[in-house]
Design a binder for this molecule. Structure first.
Ligand code: 5GP
Ligand code: MN
Length: 344
């Protein structure tokens, strides 16, 4: 069997077996066990795609007492509203009260579950993830830090459950894989990633249509907003011991001015991190009066996951985030002060 995860440093044989047994043990049908699927707050393509792909696979296997959710505001970025399986999504308040099983996707730590953390009392809790910083808060943990996306781990589980891929499941897993590999551009784009993509595409999905819809479509106002935010970017060549840092920020007023929702800011880290003179890229996005969601990226000189952890967040070595306070300048000063502690 070819999978894109597993082996040393990944999920052990015992962990796979225990998870397969737990999922197979769920009683199907209208009177069956309640199964609550959860992904992280402000879900991205990997979180939603992995969760919905697995949800569709469970439904296909006869598990019908099934809900999918994420904490916080129940607002799905427009591009994801057409993902297969969105009919299984409920707001946080619509989650099962006392499910038999809880399965989390792309959730690195309990802090990413918001109020849904209460459901971790369930008899069966399976954590499906690929963050090295994962705190292993499940009873069963399928965590493979070498997997390019959580959807790689999901596909490994589906293979072991003998659930075949169909086009709907494949579309969800493909969106997840394309999201976390930067459309197959990042370093973890291994032969196994392309083999998985090939299996997904072979179900009949259309990568061109999916990419255009998910990654390359935005409202005119979002494009104009991007112009403002990119226009105020600042370069700090001396930061990170001379590796350089480029940063910008976006306020709630920016969003209001162009009538845009916060998620449209998430893709702005990509043009920012393309700056040749900087290893580290930072986008500081206002989420409240004194609160900012911070995205960090590095091209290889800095472990930004360690920087994020030092500031109360987490993520991957070269892509991480945290919640900051004060002015955007305060937030960036706090980041800058920690870069030299985490040079690679
Ligand atoms: P992004 O910048 O795309 O929002 O996030 C990059 C990576 O950092 C993702 O893996 C995401 O899960 C993680 N991340 C972003 N913000 C936070 C945070 O506040 N806490 C933790 N633990 N991880 C975060
Ligand atoms: Mn992910």
């Amino acid at each position: 069997m070819t999978t894109a995860s597993g082996g040393p440093g990944g999920v052990t044989g015992e962990e796979w077996s225990a998870a397969v047994e737990a999922v197979r043990g769920l009683a199907p049908g209208a009177d069956g066990d309640e199964v609550q699927l959860i992904c992280h707050v402000n879900p991205d393509g990997d979180a939603l795609g992995s969760m919905l792909g697995f949800a569709l696979a469970l439904r296909k296997s006869g598990i019908t007492r099934l809900r999918a959710t994420f904490p916080g505001e129940f607002e799905l970025p427009v591009p994801y509203q057409s993902l297969p399986g969105v009919d299984l999504l409920v707001p946080e308040s619509g989650a099962f009260e006392a499910p038999k099983a809880v399965i989390t996707f792309d959730v690195a730590a309990e802090s990413r579950l918001g109020g849904l953390v209460r459901l971790l009392d369930a008899p069966c809790v399976i954590v499906v993830d690929h963050h090295a910083s994962n705190t292993r808060f499940g009873r069963l943990n399928l965590v493979d830090p070498r997997a390019a996306a959580t959807s790689v781990v999901v596909e490994g589980l589906l293979t072991r459950l003998d659930v075949p891929l169909d086009a709907e499941i494949a579309e969800c897993l493909y969106v997840a894989l394309a999201t976390d590999t930067g459309s197959f551009k990042f370093d973890m784009t291994t032969p196994e990633v392309h083999e998985l993509a090939a299996r997904l595409i072979a179900t009949g999905i259309s990568p061109g249509d999916i990419s255009r819809r998910i990654f390359d479509t935005r409202p005119f106002g979002a494009m104009k907003l991007a112009g403002d935010v990119l226009g105020r970017a600042a370069l700090d060549p001396a930061a990170a011991a001379g590796h350089g840092m480029v940063w910008t920020y976006a306020t709630l007023d920016d969003l209001r001015r162009y009538g845009q929702r916060p998620y449209v800011l998430d893709s702005l880290i990509d043009p920012i991190r393309s700056v040749a003179e900087a290893d580290v890229a930072v986008v500081v996005k206002q989420t409240g009066d004194d609160e900012w969601a911070v995205s960090l990226r590095s091209k290889g000189a800095v472990d930004v996951s360690a920087v994020a952890v030092a500031l109360g967040g987490g993520g991957h070595r070269f892509a991480a985030g945290f919640t900051g306070h004060g002015t955007p300048g305060d937030v960036v000063t706090a980041v800058r002060a920690r870069l030299e502690d985490h040079l690679l």
